[in-house]
Design a binder for this molecule. Structure first.
Ligand SMILES: [Zn+2]
Length: 335
């Protein structure tokens, strides 16, 4: 069963702002909500739409949906007849034009309940070109009492024609301190929290999953990199291991280097216990060099997405040889 998600403290101001707009009848019919973490956007967005369809009269809408009425039950069971969710289906990463047409037909039907019709589109940057075009007219002039919510972590990747037809609203992310407090309330220890918030700043659910999984996704990357620094394993062996689930490894590699850079820029920042060795090594390298290396990882990530035929083993070996070389020569690192 899906955990019951509540509003998070740092989201309250946005919630209040939207609630007030609803009461004042100024709520936009097409709202593009953007932020740093998809899951945060998703739970907030679902709760907001449930709040719009909730029919309880005894509640204060600013406090959220009642979770008791039939509309709330239908909504959480994903059977509410006036709610439609558009997200990539099957193996596709894209939201297709057929789905967009379903949406257009859906908003034109008469509502089954007495409340509004609500639509959720996520991740909105995955609307393909044809789907985007099919939605333009509906986004511009949605039927009365219809609310379309689009969620994205990459607003710049949306078609400009879609973006310009939506009101844009940012969903704030937690500060480091807010995130630490939130995780502490869940009873985790300081070491776990330090590592999770370092790797996933501003991303509460990512940090939570890291801790709950005992850092299962991050662990192989960190230990592989350490083995290379201590020369206890060969570049080709580590590279080969990283070719499996490589998108995951590249993601955490970026997050790790970002953490090391932040730590260099703010030496008072505590180093998580698990990263002592990597952090010590990173002290030997200039910040500029680390930033360059981070760029290299991003480039490789993009290349691997575009060219499925790329030789992964060679690409990883190049990246890891550079990783080792970075710490070897003091002279070249002074630039
Ligand atoms: Zn309700």
């Amino acid at each position: 069963m899906e955990r019951k998600h509540k509003l998070l403290n740092w989201q309250l101001a946005t919630w209040t702002q939207l609630s007030k707009a609803k009461l004042a009848h100024t709520l936009p019919h097409a709202l593009l909500l953007w932020g740093t973490e998809h899951e945060s956007l998703y739970y907030f967005g679902k709760l907001w739409l449930q709040n719009l369809v909730c029919i309880s009269k005894e509640r204060d809408p600013q406090q959220g949906p009642c979770h008791q009425c039939t509309a709330c039950h239908w909504f959480t069971a994903a059977t509410h007849p006036d709610f439609l969710e558009l997200t990539p289906e099957g193996n596709s990463q894209w939201i297709q034009v057929d789905q967009a047409r379903t949406l257009v037909a859906f908003v034109q039907q008469t509502a089954a309940s007495s409340g509004p019709k609500v639509v959720l589109i996520h991740p909105a940057e995955n609307l393909n070109v044809n789907a985007s075009n099919a939605l333009l007219k509906t986004l511009e002039e949605p039927p009365a009492n219809t609310y379309i919510l689009l969620l994205t972590t990459q607003p710049n990747r949306l078609a400009a024609t879609v973006r310009s037809r939506c009101r844009q609203q940012k969903l704030p992310q937690p500060t480091d301190m807010e995130l630490v407090v939130w995780l502490k309330e869940r009873g985790y220890d300081e070491n776990q929290i330090g590592l999770a918030t370092g790797l996933a700043p501003g991303a509460p659910y990512t940090a939570l999953h890291l801790i709950e999984s005992n850092f299962a996704e991050f662990e192989p990357l960190a230990s592989g990199l350490e083995r290379l620094l201590m020369a206890s394993d060969s570049t080709s062996a580590v590279a080969e291991a990283f070719t499996k689930d490589q998108a995951i490894h590249l993601n955490w590699f970026s997050k790790l280097i970002s953490l090391l850079i932040r730590r260099r820029l703010d030496p008072n920042r505590e180093v998580p216990e698990k990263l002592q060795l990597l952090s010590e090594y990173s002290e030997k390298v200039s910040v500029g060099r680390l930033i360059e290396y981070l760029d290299g990882i991003s480039q490789q990530h993009r290349l691997l997405q575009i060219h499925s035929g790329l030789n992964r083993q060679l690409a990883w070996e190049a990246l890891l040889l550079e990783w080792q070389a970075m710490f070897r020569s003091d002279v070249s690192n002074q630039r």
